[in-house]
Ligand binder design. Structure first.
Ligand SMILES: *Cc1c(COP(=O)(O)O)cnc(C)c1O
Length: 396
């Protein structure tokens, strides 16, 4: 196993040296004022990346999944109804968590490869005249299928129905890589983790709560202790945590937000769009198709690439790991064996991406797929030649 190659999985992502060093720090007394100098800038940085002026940020030693649990348990009570589309493994897991918490889940079954059907949400919310639905759940970027959904459209659907439900958005594989506008989209709870767009090790659940979400917390009856944001808020007011914080990770998060904001969010998003464009040009040159059904739902952080009938796509991932020491993502759930995934988010350059595409080509050729070596790489090179170095505003 070599650690010299970048990974091309959709999280955890490659870690810049500066962030690895920021995470590796000597023991610090988390009850000293020094901790506040790490905590508060990290919270403020996250708030800027969420594009929110009003959100309260809560960060737990956990992962994105813990962020889901934080959202549900702090705002809802057993039996509450929630509306959610299932269009991939991550939305499926969120639904499973809702059901295990005794919520009444209205599921909109959606083809894997399609985005959230905002029009269906609008019909259902309009019909819910007694406002039984307490929360609408949306997975911004379905990491299993490489599909991005239009959260602004979900908000418009809720507003068109004049429905007061809260809007919870899983942004684990979008936030800090693709545009996310918490206030403008009326997102009530945003959820993410440290190991994707923030380029850190796994270990932090990162959440933002709108004032409207905050107003529901005392009435919510689902049990919570570790994830109780009221205890966390009390801790923050005293530069502390209700328990031992993950100080190194928070120090990394502080620096990560500085790096992202220093690069400029528009530049970060444009970099992801450009690299994703190169990957998609390669997929096209290979004669393969994305799981994502149409260009409007193509994700800029992960591409799920379908292989021909009868071929086991997981073989590509296994061979890449064994023969070339390179990591790609396997298909999950319904699409296991039918596709492989290339993660292209976080700390990544055009040049790194070319090495990943070249590796995918070697694996596919090794496994007998009809791939001409260099075809996808050349298509990506052309894409990068024409888009790299172009100032974002000029390109947009
Ligand atoms: C990675 C991911 C998760 C799960 O996050 P963990 O940090 O592994 O708990 C949830 N949702 C999406 C969309 C993801 O990509």
């Amino acid at each position: 196993m070599s650690f010299q190659n970048p990974v091309f999985i959709p999280g955890p992502t490659n870690m810049p040296e500066r962030l690895r060093k920021a995470v590796d720090m000597p023991t610090l007394d988390h009850r000293s004022s020094l901790f506040g100098e790490i905590l508060h800038p990290a919270l403020q940085g996250v708030k800027k990346i969420l594009k929110s002026k009003t959100a309260e940020i809560f960060i737990f030693p956990s992962t994105g999944t813990g962020g889901w649990e934080t959202a549900l348990t702090n705002t809802l009570s057993a039996g509450d109804k929630v509306l959610v589309a299932r269009n991939g493994m991550f939305s499926h897991r969120w639904i499973d968590m809702c059901q295990r918490h005794g919520l009444d889940v209205q599921i909109v079954e959606t083809p894997w490869g399609a985005g959230i059907p905002a029009d269906r949400y609008e019909e259902i919310l309009t019909a819910d005249t007694s406002h039984q639905i307490k929360a609408v759940l949306a997975t911004h970027n379905e990491t299993a299928t490489g599909v991005v959904s239009d959260i602004a459209a979900v908000r418009r659907a809720m507003d068109a129905a004049s429905h007061p439900a809260l809007l919870f958005v899983d942004g684990v594989s979008s936030i800090a890589s693709m545009d996310f506008r918490m206030d403008e989209w009326g997102v009530d709870i945003a959820v993410t983790g440290s190991q994707k767009g923030f380029m850190l090790p796994a270990g932090l659940a990162i959440t933002g709560f709108s004032p409207k979400a905050m107003a529901t917390v005392d009435a919510a009856k689902l049990p919570r202790t570790f994830f109780d944001i009221r205890d966390m808020a009390k801790g923050y007011a005293a530069d502390a945590y209700p328990y031992t914080p993950a100080v190194g990770l928070l120090n990394g998060l502080k620096l990560s937000t500085e790096m992202l904001l220093g690069e400029g969010l528009d530049n970060v998003f444009a970099r992801h769009t450009r690299i994703a464009g190169g990957v998609r040009a390669a997929v096209d040159a290979w004669g393969l198709e994305l799981c994502a059904k149409s260009a409007d739902v193509y994700s800029d952080t992960v591409s799920a690439i379908c292989t021909p009938e009868g071929f086991n796509a997981t073989d590509i991932v296994s061979l890449a790991a064994k023969k070339y020491d390179v990591a790609f993502g396997v298909g999950l759930g319904e699409v296991a064996g039918k596709l492989f995934r290339i993660g292209h988010l976080g700390s990544l350059t055009d040049v790194m991406m070319l090495s990943g595409l070249a590796t995918a080509e070697m694996c596919m050729a090794d496994l007998g797929l009809n791939i001409r070596l260099g075809a996808g790489v050349a298509a990506a090179q052309e894409h990068f030649r024409s888009t790299a170095g172009v100032p974002v505003l000029a390109a947009a």
